[in-house]
Design a protein around this ligand. Structure first.
Ligand code: 5GP
Length: 175
């Protein structure tokens, strides 16, 4: 397996660009089946910064109109979650009575998404669905999260690239 050194750590290439593209095709296909021909304009909520690449790739494949909105939460420092989730950027759209698709890069402990969902619910949306490129279920510390659309299930290892950072670097890697 290809080894890649980033700063002080050695990583191995676990998911290629081609595999990511195929997984995003499959996720988009499921979302299109659920949302195309809809009369409403669903909100696509990009959870910054990790989800930028996945959000962009996903929306290119949509066969319906959506309003793209971003929010930002922080909990990670270095290679681990602090469990202390802070909202750094609030919502900029009215989501009351609307269907929301939350786009995440990875769900680890689940604290971040749980916080996002709690905040969203306080605005009374019609529904909230979650799309995550990666899922690390063995790390989960909350039990109230339902991920409707998932690209890959990954083991409890720290992953980098395709939007995910290592100390704010390497988000640009296409794998
Ligand atoms: P959680 O709150 O579910 O523990 O973590 C969610 C956030 O932590 C993700 O949106 C992501 O930004 C970051 N995170 C979790 N696992 C990883 C990982 O393996 N690599 C990187 N780069 N970030 C991660």
């Amino acid at each position: 397996m290809e080894k890649i050194t980033l700063k002080d750590k050695t990583f191995r290439k676990v998911i290629s660009y081609e595999q990511l593209s195929a997984a995003i095709d499959a996720v988009a296909c499921k979302i299109n089946a659920d949302f195309k021909n809809c009369d409403d304009v669903p909100v696509l909520l990009c959870v910054l910064n990790g989800s930028i690449m996945f959000t962009a790739e996903l929306m290119k494949r949509f066969q319906f109109n959506c309003q793209v909105v971003s929010t930002k939460l922080t909990s990670y420092e270095g290679t681990g979650s602090t469990g202390n989730v802070k909202q750094a950027l609030g919502l900029t759209a009215d989501i009351q009575g609307r269907r929301v698709i939350v786009v995440e890069d990875i769900v680890d402990t689940g604290f971040t998404l749980s916080t996002v969902v709690k905040i969203l619910k306080s605005y009374n949306p019609a529904s909230i669905e979650i799309a995550s490129l990666l899922d690390k279920p063995s790390m989960r510390k909350v039990d109230d999260l339902k991920l409707k659309y998932v690209g890959f299930v990954v083991p409890a290892e720290f992953v980098v690239g395709y939007g995910l950072d290592y100390n704010e670097l390497y988000r640009q890697l296409p794998y």
